[in-house]
Write a protein that binds this ligand. Structure first.
Ligand code: UN1
Length: 506
């Protein structure tokens, strides 16, 4: 085992952690595979339903104590978690890169995103506030207060195996909740290492169990979690297909779900755009992280006046992008996560062509270093809306390109998909920019001008509309999802006046 893995405490592989202790389970073994080489990094035994019960019971117990810790004191513990993550940033960032195939700067950036959200949560711990309202009754005071919600179930995807968990968990922590994490079984090691770093800090303060970890199959532990009444909130990140299952199950028991699902994000490049900026943003958005971000750029709308010039330049840029092991210098496009992802990429490119799309670049699988690894060439497909494939999210670097004549039409076409996560327009026209950001503009949760669709900061609320699920995580007032609001009315007078003038004299 590589030394940095040992430094992260990855000495034995275990599936679930309750109250500090990892459980020795007999579950099925799954391998964590480096997608850049196809090599097995380590194996993990999956949690069973019984293990899940142990973890949830520990979280329930821990919550009872944690909810009574004053929020600023909870914030102080999160501040210490941030320090621990800083101390392990290099090792953890390298592990993210090794396990999911991101560039090293992105692996490190992902841990930085986790640290940033910790710092944000520390500030929140002293500033989450409720309103004081005017009562219509004399000598009455009315106000809102926010209490911890309870147990939060966090389901995360492979592509952000650390940061998306941190968005949810650090907010959950300062809000006074206990958080049980079900990570993707494609990235179990990042989850174990992250959990261990945080658990050490929590244990030092006597709060083991506030964070629980269950690495298991959807059927075994995912199903159990979404139907479990002990979780007033399930926050899930993944495909729209998965989100519909989670949303339905949670709604059936009248729980709350916070869903961050598929995107089909477009960049509109207007005729007056700074094309150098746009070019860099499109390349990062479409090829960065090998197209495996929910915010990845999947559609490109080019004004007809600049379309040919822009496309020629874009194809040239694609040709210069080094594809390979993300640990190597100069590589800008790493592997897809696994063979299934390659199959979906091949299927999408083939189907788009069958439907009339014209392949302008890429379209094929590439051999890895030693004949292994799951690499593909980023693809550009000239398209029209008649091509149904362009309306679907494929988690791979495929860019569908369209042309437009006027901005209003481009905006309508930006909105004409079922997903509504991120969107952007490149323009130097004040009028075009404001139209894009107005009520008749982009219908997405994220709308940017002269910035690409991906790479959001943690300070804003993150999430999207329509089939993206409607949830908001991370910044702004997203914390409210992790608390319960209580309206309190206090009568300090000697009468009992009733609201709305109702009389009930006895
Ligand atoms: C995701 O892909 O699920 O905005 C999250 C971004 C990142 C988060 C992506 N900060 O691209």
């Amino acid at each position: 085992m590589q030394p940095f893995l040992t430094r992260l405490g990855l000495v034995a592989s275990n599936p679930g952690a309750a109250a500090g202790a990892f459980i020795d389970t007999k579950g099925r073994e799954v391998a964590s595979v480096d997608p850049a080489t196809g090599d097995v990094i380590a194996s993990v035994r999956l949690a069973s339903r019984a293990d899940y019960e142990t973890v949830v019971a520990a979280a329930e117990k821990a919550f009872v104590k944690w909810r009574m810790v004053p929020a600023p004191q909870r914030g102080e513990i999160v501040r210490q978690i941030a320090e621990a993550l800083r101390a392990h940033k290099d090792d953890l960032g390298r592990l993210v890169t090794l396990e999911v195939g991101k560039l090293l700067s992105e692996g490190l950036g992902e841990v930085q995103e986790g640290i940033d959200v910790c710092d944000y949560a520390v500030g929140l711990s002293r500033s989450m506030a409720g309103l004081t309202l005017h009562s219509e009754r004399p000598n009455h005071r009315m106000y809102e207060q926010w209490h911890p919600l309870g147990l939060v179930g966090v389901i995360t995807a492979f592509n952000f195996p650390h940061a998306v968990w941190a968005w949810n968990s650090m907010l959950g922590l300062v809000c006074g909740d206990a958080v049980v994490w079900k990570p993707s079984i494609k990235a179990p090691l990042t989850a174990i290492a992250t959990h261990k770093i945080c658990e050490e800090v929590l244990a030092k303060h006597g709060h083991s169990g506030v964070f629980g970890l269950v690495i298991g199959e959807d059927k075994e532990v995912g199903e159990a979690m979404i139907h479990d009444h002990r979780f007033p909130l399930i926050s899930a990140t993944g495909s729209t297909r998965m989100g519909k299952i989670v949303g339905k199950a949670v709604a059936e028991r009248l729980g709350r779900s916070l869903l961050e699902l598929g995107g089909n994000n477009a960049i509109i490049v207007n005729k007056d755009a700074d094309l150098d900026l746009a070019l860099r943003a499109v390349a990062f958005g479409a090829v960065g992280t090998a197209g495996q971000r929910c915010t990845s750029t999947r559609r490109l709308y080019l004004h007809e006046d600049i379309a040919d010039t822009f496309l020629t330049r874009l194809v040239k840029v694609y040709g210069s992008i080094k594809i390979g092991n993300p640990q190597e210098d100069g590589v800008l496009c790493g592997p897809l996560i696994d063979e299934d992802a390659v199959r979906m990429y091949e299927h999408a490119v083939k189907t788009a062509q069958e439907q009339g799309g014209k392949l302008l670049y890429g379209g094929e699988r590439l051999p890895g270093g030693a004949g292994k690894g799951t690499y593909v060439k980023p693809s550009i497909v000239a398209c029209s809306e008649a091509i149904a494939m362009s309306r679907e999210e494929t988690f791979a670097p495929i860019l569908y390109v369209f042309r437009f004549k006027d901005v209003d039409d481009a905006i309508d076409r930006n909105n004409a998909v079922v997903q509504g996560l991120s969107s952007s327009m490149f323009t130097d026209s004040f009028r075009a920019a404001e139209t894009f950001l107005s009520a008749r503009g982009s219908d997405c949760g994220i709308a940017n001008i002269n910035i690409g669709t991906s790479g959001a900061e943690i300070g804003g609320a993150f999430g999207g509309e329509k089939e993206t699920g409607g949830g908001r995580e991370s910044g702004s007032d997203s914390w409210k999802a992790y608390m319960r609001r209580q309206t309190c009315t206090m009568n300090w007078g000697k009468d009992l006046p009733l609201a709305q003038g109702v009389k009930f004299d006895i």
